[in-house]
Design a protein around this ligand. Structure first.
Ligand code: F6P
Length: 497
């Protein structure tokens, strides 16, 4: 397969951000744009028209256009597992038969939601969603971001096998008024099945007469859910071709669809579809996920940056960085190309971040004066999420904007400890508001950007074999059938005797 040649973009004359602004009066216009209720500003990155053209040439070599079409056509782009990656079909952008199947599954989910709303399963005030990784992070983000104004039920998303997490939910909820949603694509994940078993016991201990009658399964393995004990009528399937970390659009989004209401869930899908269409049909130089990936690649391939930081300057988006960690690092944390050759260039940067303004008082010291160059992403909303004195939101946004300006401009000082070197890059994503539609577009943007980064670096973003070894060893240890090194054996002895 073709491999990327970074030499052209690596040989571009490096210029500081302030020089780039001084030299090009149109820089802001050329490196910003609006899509689906989101304003994107890449002008404070080191991207230039030459760099964009250089990356576009690499995109041609790597057949980005053809691979993007193959993704949405439902071709087997997940080559190592021989299957498609059809999260687009969940929002209507995909092969017609896959879109039809997704709609059929969504109709089934909606019917169950209608039945729950009509109290056909008895009174419901609480939703206990049990899942991990992609079966938890997406629903958690949706409920946490949008739920403040809209949640019609109390929702707890429990992922950790540490029983403390589940006990916290038990303490909050009345078993007689709780729906337990077991979310697992494979319906084999140890943590999820153990948590589900304990939740079932809790229902029984809480005097629920028909505990299985309160359980819903969200899965691509419906037979396994039925085998586990879930009634077939309450199994909400989704397609095997929807990857775990891309699955919030499917029945995995059930707690959000139930808590926020079906109309909100549809809005979410429509916002994502709008971003899909932008990604599919807009020329590369004006294509938001493509430009964002080009900026990512500039920092990983040209400047050697090993991390990138995302700060949500909005409490409602507090879970966005952890959602993106799985999306980006589980997708693109790879060391071989899609056809199995070792890669000789970096793939995914380490994604990390937090919430502004909190993070300013914790980690921004390193961003301003540390030895690492960290491209920063600010995500904020023009419309406020609170009803307090408008000064709260004004301070929040002004801080986000000022941080970007300070990182770029720096400030000289004769005292080196007090000097800011500046020329530190940032991107800003300014949302009109945090609502289902815009959030759908935002998440779809990140998915597409992750895909572009994968195509450009020659890797397959849709497998995750790297998570298996540790899981297998834990299972073998549980059966007593694993020979460990001296250190691990000692730890096991100390913990269990
Ligand atoms: O361990 C990683 C992983 O396979 C993720 O990719 C996935 O989202 C998560 O585990 C949960 O898997 P499942 O939905 O099958 O329980």
């Amino acid at each position: 397969m073709a491999l990327p040649d970074w030499s052209e973009v690596r040989s571009l004359e490096p210029k500081t951000l302030t020089t780039l602004f001084a030299e090009d009066g149109d820089r802001l216009t050329g490196l910003s744009g609006d899509v689906a209720g989101i304003h994107f500003d890449w002008s404070k990155t080191h991207l230039t028209a030459e760099a964009v053209a250089g990356f576009a040439r690499i995109a041609e070599t790597m057949e980005l256009g053809r691979k993007r079409d193959a993704l949405y056509a439902g071709e087997a782009v997940n080559v190592t597992e021989g299957r498609a990656a059809e999260h687009g079909a969940e929002r209507g952008e995909g092969a017609p038969e896959s879109v039809a199947q997704a709609r059929m599954f969504q109709a089934r989910m909606r019917a169950l939601i209608d039945a729950i709303e009509a109290e056909a399963l008895g009174p419901v005030r609480h939703i206990l969603h049990i899942g991990i990784g992609g079966s938890a992070l997406g629903p958690d983000l949706l409920v946490d971001s949008l739920g403040r104004d809209m949640n019609r039920y109390d929702v707890a998303i429990v992922s950790n096998v540490d029983g403390v997490a589940l006990e916290d939910a038990f303490d909050r909820f009345d078993p007689q008024a709780t729906i337990v949603a077991i979310a697992s694509k494979t319906f084999t994940t140890t943590e999820t099945l153990l948590n589900a078993r304990s939740a079932l016991d809790w229902l029984v201990e809480g005097g629920v007469e028909d505990p299985y009658g309160r359980v819903v399964a969200l899965t691509a393995a419906p037979d396994k859910a039925v085998e586990w004990g879930v009634d077939e009528t309450r199994v909400l399937p989704f397609a095997e071709s929807v990857g775990g970390r891309y699955s919030l659009w499917s029945s995995i989004g059930f707690p959000a669809a139930l808590a926020l209401g079906w109309d909100a869930f549809e809005e979410l899908l429509e916002g994502a579809a709008e971003m899909d269409r932008h990604f599919r049909f807009t020329p590369l130089a004006a294509n938001a996920p493509v430009l964002a990936a080009f900026a990512d690649l500039y920092y990983t391939q040209v400047r050697g940056c090993e991390t990138r930081a995302v700060f949500a300057y909005d409490q409602r988006l507090a879970l966005l960085p952890s959602y993106l960690q799985q999306l980006e690092m589980e997708s693109n944390g790879k060391r071989v190309t899609a056809d199995g050759q070792p890669v000789a260039w970096p793939t995914s940067p380490i994604t990390w971040g937090g919430v502004g303004t909190d993070a300013q008082h914790a980690v921004f010291q390193l961003l301003h004066q540390g030895t690492h160059l960290v491209p920063v992403e600010f995500v904020a909303s023009i419309e406020s999420g609170d009803a307090l004195d408008p000064d709260h939101h004004r301070q929040l946004l002004l801080n986000a904007f000022a941080q970007g300006a300070a990182l770029m401009a720096g400030r000289a000082n004769d005292d080196a400890a007090r000097a800011y070197p500046g020329d530190r890059p940032s991107t800003t994503l300014l949302l009109d508001r945090v609502d289902p539609r815009t959030l759908g577009a935002l998440i779809a943007f990140y998915e597409a950007r992750t895909f572009v980064n994968a195509v450009m670096t020659g890797i397959n973003p849709f497998d995750q074999f790297g998570v298996e070894l540790g899981k297998e060893m834990a299972k073998a240890a549980d059966r007593g059938g694993q020979d460990f090194d001296a250190s691990t054996t000692d730890l096991i002895r100390r913990a269990f005797g």
